[in-house]
Design a binder for this molecule. Structure first.
Ligand SMILES: Cc1cc2nc3c(=O)[nH]c(=O)nc-3n(C[C@H](O)[C@H](O)[C@H](O)COP(=O)(O)OP(=O)(O)OC[C@H]3O[C@@H](n4cnc5c(N)ncnc54)[C@H](O)[C@@H]3O)c2cc1C
Length: 516
């Protein structure tokens, strides 16, 4: 804190009448909203660190480091351009810190529901004036007032039409709204996956890391400062890398997984987009102007203009998934120890991705969906526990984005509220889309526990999803397996579940061959 405080003190301007703005931890931008509406010399900025928020969940140490390092650098960057900064640290949270501010404050509406709830009394009392968040790319009207169920595809078309992005007149460029069908290729090592940029931490970032390592020593995960973009310049480096190295191959390998590259052609930008170091509008505009294969260009734009906007609307419209089912399958098992550091399951796919997460505080979409959320769903884990795990572990997780993705999409906890079927799969899918099976002691064609869990999930929950037309083929295949194999699936699945629940490590000896 000493270096940061000393630097801020050195450059912080004091003179002048100022309009005071409060920017929460995830609004680290001066190019939109109230921060952009008057000259720096007339702007005052309040930033708050809340140890209470950091301690609320076992957040990954890298996530805490990312947020604090970016917020402190944002303070210095703003002071350097003439904004007067008040940097507050309050043990009892954001509302308590703001109550002590004697100046009238304006802020953009918080994205996190948790923060909106905390600040509601201050807003109601008129001490804090809230204006709409200028970072979103679509309106509630475009999302529509109907539903649930809500569907991303219909919303995405509306937004494409309204914005004109990737449109030729009233037709989608290339004649299709989505190129996903061309985009489901596994990756076999070619073209080479890009190496993410490395960053050099300065004293301010080092000080943050020291703080996290001492104050939050019991939090899981490790800090890798060379992988941590902390300044606006670092954010620019990451985005330039993503455009140059990732986007040309983004589409075809979007769904692929690999042991040799955690990110493949994914941009790794979500942690910085969600902090507003990188603005979604800028990203979409720049990608639309790039000379890229359309499958990659459309595929990437759909993630931001489609999925990211959509999940935010779902969160708002359902009051944080409170007005829709949140445990549709009525499941209550605990998340097994294998999701935390140091308790491998013996399943190479799960163990590899879990290790990745505790190393990087990040993994890409398909490993989140088809390994982590899939396994938790097949194990009947209470979806709230799975959600809280993702919220703690990922550096891009905030309630508005993690809840729809995990409750709404990954675990089918909200039923068909925002997806058309459960995202579950057995070993055959994992083998097709990744290379983890090559390092596993199980064989996807013979004895993969994921496949056993998959069949047994269909036995337990088939009746609940039987009206879903997208489940009919697989339910028919399950029925064909016959009673004897159903009984064997059940026996083996129970053994797998109880071993994992105890923190045990599965080996082929636990299961007899020929079951998959
Ligand atoms: C179970 C589960 C949990 C998830 N939790 C989060 C989360 O906590 N925070 C988060 O930002 N994303 C979450 N996602 C969505 C997605 O996996 C991540 O946004 C993406 O993997 C981030 O890596 P990236 O920046 O390399 O993304 P890329 O693959 O490069 O995609 C580009 C951008 O699109 C946006 N995006 C893509 N899909 C989604 C989506 N479904 N929801 C929101 N934004 C999306 C992100 O801003 C991302 O940076 C989750 C997905 C699943 C299945």
């Amino acid at each position: 804190m000493n270096t940061f405080r000393a630097r801020l003190h050195q450059i912080n301007p004091t003179a002048g009448q100022r309009r005071w703005i409060y920017s929460p931890y995830d609004q680290l931008t001066a190019t939109i909203g109230p921060m952009s509406e008057q000259p720096a010399a007339q702007t005052g900025l309040v930033l708050i660190e809340s140890p209470a928020k950091a301690a609320r969940r076992p957040y990954h140490q890298q996530k805490l480091a990312l947020i604090l390092a970016n917020q402190r650098h944002f303070a210095l960057e703003q002071a350097a351009r003439g904004v007067q900064v008040r940097y507050l640290i309050h043990e009892n949270g954001y509302a308590a810190a703001l109550t002590g501010c004697e100046v009238p404050l304006t802020m953009m509406e918080p994205a996190e529901r948790e923060l909106r709830v905390e600040l509601a009394p201050l807003i109601a009392s008129g001490r804090l004036r809230v204006v709409p968040h200028a970072g979103w790319l679509s309106s509630a009207a475009q999302f529509g007032s109907k539903g649930p169920p809500w569907r991303m595809d219909a919303f995405y078309r509306t937004v494409r039409r309204a914005t004109g992005i990737l449109m030729d007149g009233d037709q989608p460029r290339g004649g299709r709204w989505s190129f996903d069908e061309d985009n489901r290729k596994p990756w076999r090592g070619e073209p080479a996956a890009p190496q993410p940029p490395r960053f050099t931490p300065d004293e301010v970032t080092n000080e943050v890391a020291e703080l996290i390592r001492t104050r939050y020593a019991s939090h899981p995960g490790c800090i890798d400062l060379a992988a941590l973009p902390a300044t606006q310049a670092d954010a620019e480096t990451l985005w330039a890398w993503a455009k140059q190295e990732c986007l040309p191959c983004f589409g075809p390998f979007e769904d692929a997984m690999s042991r040799t590259s955690s990110g493949l052609f994914h941009s790794r930008c979500a942690p910085l987009i969600n902090l507003h170091r990188l603005l979604p509008a800028r990203i979409v505009t720049e990608v639309a102007a790039l000379d890229l294969p359309l499958a990659s260009q459309e595929g990437f734009i759909r993630q931001i203009l489609g999925w990211r906007e959509f999940v935010h609307h779902v969160h708002v419209a359902s009051d944080g998934l409170r007005t829709v089912p949140s445990n549709f399958l009525d499941v209550h098992e605990s998340l097994p120890p294998a999701y935390w550091p140091g308790a491998p399951s013996g399943l190479a796919c799960l163990d590899h991705v879990v290790a990745e997460v505790w190393r990087e505080a990040w993994s890409h979409h398909i490993s989140r969906l088809m390994v982590l959320a899939n396994l938790a769903t097949l194990l009947d884990v209470d979806p709230r526990q799975t959600t809280d795990w993702f919220w703690s572990a990922y550096s891009d997780a905030y309630d508005w984005v993690v809840e729809p993705n995990v409750l709404g999409m990954g675990t089918f906890a909200a039923g068909e509220t925002m997806v058309t079927k459960p995202y579950i799969a057995g070993g055959a899918y994992l083998k097709r889309m990744g290379d983890h099976c090559g390092a596993c002691s199980f064989d996807p064609a013979r004895n993969c526990p994921v496949t056993t869990l998959y069949w047994d999930w269909l036995r337990r929950h088939g009746a609940t999803v039987r009206r879903n037309p997208r489940m009919s083929t697989i339910l028919a295949a399950h029925a064909k397996r016959g009673q004897a194999r159903h009984a064997q699936d059940q026996l083996h699945a129970e053994a797998i579940r109880s071993l994992l629940a105890e923190g045990g490590r599965l080996t082929p000896d636990h299961l007899s061959a020929g079951q998959a």
